[in-house]
Structures are given as structure tokens and as C-alpha cells.
Write a protein that binds this ligand. Structure first.
Ligand code: HEC
Length: 174
């Protein structure tokens, strides 16, 4: 499927379809369920820093540690999962990344409705790619999804908290 390579278009199509669906079903759904939107509030007690440290980073680290290869004293070693269970596990971590995009976009967390939302969506998009790659046990696609994920993290930190970038950089020379 070529659309996989263009997440932006996939999103727009999905959006279009849901809008159409909404338009079609609107007349029947005019009866609001009891206690509509106003009475519900999201629990946003965890702040962005906590979501990063406790939810998003642990899941992402597992994805990054499960893709590619390393060269060490004992030689060349592939990091990819080698069993169905292993792939299922990384797929579940990718699902955490997908939903983290939504968590960050919640009212009460998102500092604006512009770039922040685009980066949050980008997080979910990269997570979906990683989930699909894990389901297909496609190493190359999984690696690419990890790279895309990394670029989203970096872009958002660059925009909203540039000091974080220094902590990401393990290079002692800097
Ligand atoms: C939508 C924007 C956004 C995205 C996307 C994002 N971050 Fe963050 N991240 C932030 C902000 C803002 C902070 C600073 C939070 C604070 O300290 O108040 C932060 C802080 C962090 C921290 C430091 C947490 C701490 O304990 O101080 C880590 C680690 C981190 N992010 C990891 C990641 C990883 C890994 C990704 C990608 C998988 C990612 N972030 C994607 C916005 C983002």
C-alpha cells in the first residue's frame, strides 16, 4: 500500500470519512445522551513532564532498543525481536506511543492548538507505523518508524523545551 508512506494523506482521508459519516448520521443523533460533554472532565493530573518520563519515554526506549543492530566485542548483533511474542510486545509499546499523542493533545495539557497538535499527531502517526511494522514483523519498516518517531520527539522539544535536547544527546564531546 503506497498510502502507508504518506501518513498525512491517510489522516486527511480518515478525517474526511468521519466527517461524512457524522454528516450522514447527524439527524438521528440529535438526542444527546444524558450528562453531555459539559459534565465530563479529563483527568489531567499528570503533567507533560510526567507523561514524558513515565509513559512515553519508557515505551519509546523499548522501540528503539528493539530495532537495528549493534556491533560489540562479541560481534554483530541484531536487536529486532526474534519471536512472535517479542514482536507482539513491541507492537504494544507502539500502541502506548499512539495513545500518548492523544494524551498530549488533551485540553489542559496542550499549550496551544497549533504546532503542539501537529507534533502530537506526528507521534501517533509514527506509533501507528511502528505497530503496523511490528504486526508484519517487517524489520526495515520498523526501523524507519523508529527514526520517524525520533524526529518527532526532537522537533517538539526543539520548539517547546530546547534544553531537553541536550539530555538526549549522549555525546560527551558536547
Ligand atoms: C508535543 C510535544 C512533545 C513531543 C512530541 C515529545 N515531547 Fe518530550 N517533552 C516535551 C516538553 C514540553 C517537555 C518538557 C516538560 C517539562 O519539563 O515541563 C518534554 C520533556 C521530555 C523529557 C524529560 C522529562 C523529565 O523527566 O524532565 C523526556 C525524557 C522526553 N520529553 C522524552 C520524549 C520522547 C522520547 C519523545 C518521543 C517519543 C517525546 N518526548 C516527544 C514535549 C514533547
Amino acid at each position: 500500500m503506497t498510502m502507508k508512506q504518506i501518513p498525512g494523506i491517510k489522516i486527511s482521508l480518515t478525517l474526511l470519512l468521519s466527517l461524512l459519516l457524522l454528516a450522514c448520521s447527524a439527524p438521528e443523533e440529535s438526542n444527546e445522551t444524558a450528562g453531555g460533554d459539559d459534565s465530563f472532565s479529563y483527568n489531567t493530573q499528570l503533567n507533560v513532564q510526567q507523561i514524558m518520563a513515565l509513559v512515553l519515554e519508557p515505551a519509546s526506549d523499548i522501540l528503539w532498543d528493539s530495532g537495528g543492530w549493534v556491533m560489540d566485542a562479541s560481534g554483530y548483533e541484531e536487536l529486532y525481536p526474534t519471536t512472535d511474542d517479542g514482536w507482539a510486545y513491541v507492537r504494544a509499546q507502539a500502541a502506548v506511543v499512539v495513545e500518548s499523542g492523544n494524551m498530549l493533545a488533551l485540553p489542559g495539557r496542550a499549550p496551544d492548538g497549533d504546532a503542539w497538535m501537529i507534533y502530537s499527531e506526528g507521534l501517533s502517526d509514527a506509533g501507528i507505523l511502528a505497530m503496523e511494522a511490528a504486526a508484519a514483523q517487517d524489520k526495515e519498516a520498523f526501523f524507519q518508524a523508529g527514526a520517524q518517531l525520533y524526529s518527532v520527539c526532537t522537533a517538539c522539544h526543539q520548539a517547546y523545551n530546547p534544553e531537553i535536547l541536550d539530555r538526549f544527546d549522549d555525546n560527551p564531546a558536547d
